[in-house]
Every structure is written in C-alpha cells, then in structure tokens.
Design a protein around this ligand. Sequence first.
Ligand SMILES: *Cc1c(COP(=O)(O)O)cnc(C)c1O
Length: 218
Amino acid sequence: MLARIRTAVTTAQRPDDSVRLLAVSKTFPATDIAELYACGQRDFGENYVQELGSKAAELAQLSELRWHFIGPLQSNKTRSVAEIASWVHAVDRLKIAERLSSQRPEHLPPLQVCLQVNVSGEASKSGVAPAEVAALAQAVSTLPRMQLRGLMCIPEATDDSVLLAGQFRQLRTLLEQLNAQGLQLDTLSMGMSADLELAVAEGATMVRIGTALFGRRS
Ligand SMILES: *Cc1c(COP(=O)(O)O)cnc(C)c1O
C-alpha cells in the first residue's frame, strides 16, 4: 500500500512525504490494527462510535496510535469521540463542532478537525454544501480545544474518473478559497481504495484506505 501511494505521489510530481496513509480499520479486529502498528502505521480510522471505544480500550497500550473518527456523528455520541480521537473528519454542522469543542478534555491536545463537504450534491450524502463551507469553517475555526485542519469528501460512487477528479478538484479549490480568506488549512482528506491515485493527483494530503489494506468487509 505504501508503494502504491509512493507511485501515485511520484506520478503526480509531488513531494515524497506529502500524503499520509490513514488505515481504515472499521469492522476488522484489534489484532489486525496491532499488526499494522507493529509495521509502523500510526493513523487508524473508524466509523462507528461504539467500535472506536472498544478498540481504543483494547489497544490502549499502543501509545503512539492516533484514532481518526471518519463516520457521520450524531450529537448524542460526540463525547466519547472527543475523549478518544485525535482527528474527526466528517464534521458538517456547527452544533457537532461546538459539542466536540466543549467536550474535548483539557489534558488532551486540540482535536484536529476536517469539515465534510458534499461535493457530489447527492441528496443522500452527508456533508455541508459547497456554498456553505466558508461560513461553517469561519465559525469552527474560532472554537477552543480544536484546530480546523481542512476538508474531507466522499465523492459519488462511480467509475467515471473525469467526474471523480472534478469532485476532488472542487474540494481542493474550496480549501484554496478558505486559505485566501485567511484560514490556514493544510489537509485534504480524500481518496479511498478505488480512487487514491486520482485523489493524490488532485492534491489529497490524507488518503483513507480500508479494503486495499485489510481486505473486503463482510
Ligand atoms: C470505509 C471508508 C473508507 C475506506 O474505504 P475503502 O474503499 O475500503 O478503502 C474511507 N472513508 C470513509 C469515510 C469510509 O467510511
């Protein structure tokens, strides 16, 4: 997997260390995570609050492990995410951000946050609408105990690489616009097992890879 990312980065003529691998471990057992950790992987992504909690407890001795919560988050489940995760990728409402901010324990570093943007415009997709990203980003950036790092997207489920590339590019353009408005964002969380090359070509800084690392989810 690291070789595949390296090839994508080289092909895109980007610096060697410009893309971070987030290993999406949802539905796979803690033993699989411990195995990858032993190989040097440190960033792991989970989608479900309960699963995050039980795996974090099981793997508490892996002191350098960073949990990323990448699933949709309901407001009544923010507390354990605020207490466990280093990153949250799919914030799309101010209310969720405010809860995470107020529930982030004082003794932990600021929670690292990305806003999920609905780049495909599909009604079924979560994420803030592109036209509303700027207002949400400005509001989130002022909250204590969290640091707004960038944007995340899940593009349309399609094999059409032109369409996909366009949606990734849209996320990058939005990030550039926010930075032109004075924010300092450095993270584009985009690209999964099937489309990481396209995402890297369009500027992804973190790719979220499940299937290609752990195998098919049942
Ligand atoms: C499951 C999931 C992934 C990983 O997808 P794969 O296609 O298995 O690589 C990435 N991002 C999110 C938000 C996910 O839910």
